[in-house]
Design a binder for this molecule. Structure first.
Ligand SMILES: Nc1ncnc2c1ncn2[C@@H]1O[C@H](COP(=O)(O)OP(=O)(O)OP(=O)(O)O)[C@@H](O)[C@H]1O
Length: 257
């Protein structure tokens, strides 16, 4: 479970996240949507404790502010949008870093830690790349390796910053289905930022539309993905229709603004 109250972040002269309250229960998936620069990544970083903020963050009932890094890492895993990867590290060793909250230092990992890591790599189609160096990977392969590290952490809350932007269609589906299975089977709580509004509405239970740092709308996908709200906040001309399962499908209309 994850909750924020009055979360605000000031960067330089600007308040880029303003007074955001959110609540995601165990096993729920919240997708944060919004135009470029709306504050989506900054909001995730504030929840992670990576940027100074005002307001409260509660993780699985515990105040985020008092948590030691190792305690936080056992509660919360995070896959950033553009992480710096150590180029000479192998894919396996990089994913194994996800186990560091449970081991004193790398090299002291148990057989269980290596098994968890191998299993995550397998589920993300990365076993064949396990001995390759991270610096030699394609963009989509790197993105899946970063996700593998976060999943190897086995924390009850997973924060993913645009997790599928570099992925081909098949790997997008593989990643989203895997995360979806984990939340259904294990009660994983998921918060993602996403630009593909149709995909956000397809997988998430709830959407938060962030505009200029504040929560402009929130609710079920069909309450947030309306032509009026999307048109206004993204400055886009769209048509939105229910898909085969009733979830909204967002189409761009040619000749828009
Ligand atoms: N270190 C910084 N100092 C000052 N402003 C910053 C800094 N980092 C980000 N910003 C600004 O904060 C705002 C929010 O940025 P953020 O990356 O959270 O947006 P976003 O919604 O994730 O955008 P995108 O969809 O483009 O990834 C932007 O206007 C950005 O320019």
């Amino acid at each position: 479970m994850i909750e924020t109250r009055g979360l605000s972040v000031r960067l330089g002269e600007r308040e880029v996240v303003r007074d955001v309250d959110l609540r995601v229960r165990r096993g729920e998936w919240l997708a944060i949507i919004g135009p470029n620069g709306a504050g989506k990544s900054t909001l995730l970083k504030a929840v992670m404790g990576l940027v100074a903020h005002r307001g409260d963050v509660t993780l699985s009932g515990r105040p985020g502010a008092g948590l030691k890094p190792r305690e936080r890492a056992r509660l919360l895993a995070y896959a950033p949008q553009t992480p710096a990867l150590p180029p000479d590290m192998t894919v396996f060793d990089y994913a194994l870093l996800g186990r560091t909250p449970y081991i004193p230092y790398l090299g002291r990992e148990s057989r269980h830690d290596r098994e968890v890591t191998a299993s995550v790599l397998d589920r993300l189609d990365l076993t064949a790349l396990a001995t390759r160096h991270v610096g030699e990977l394609s963009g989509g392969e790197r993105q899946r390796v970063v996700l593998a590290r976060a999943l190897a952490q086995q924390a009850p809350v997973l924060l993913l910053d645009e997790p599928t932007t570099a992925l081909d269609l098949g790997h997008q589906q593989q990643v989203l289905e895997l995360v979806d299975r984990l939340r259904r089977a294990d009660g994983l709580t998921v918060v993602t930022t996403m630009h593909d509004l149709t995909v956000a509405g397809l997988y998430a239970d709830a959407l938060l539309l962030l505009a200029d740092g504040h929560a402009a709308a929130s609710g079920k996908p069909d309450q947030v993905l309306t032509e009026e709200l999307v048109g206004r906040h993204f400055d886009a001309h769209v048509k939105i229709e229910p898909g085969p399962d009733g979830r909204p499908v967002v189409h761009l209309v040619r000749g828009g603004p």
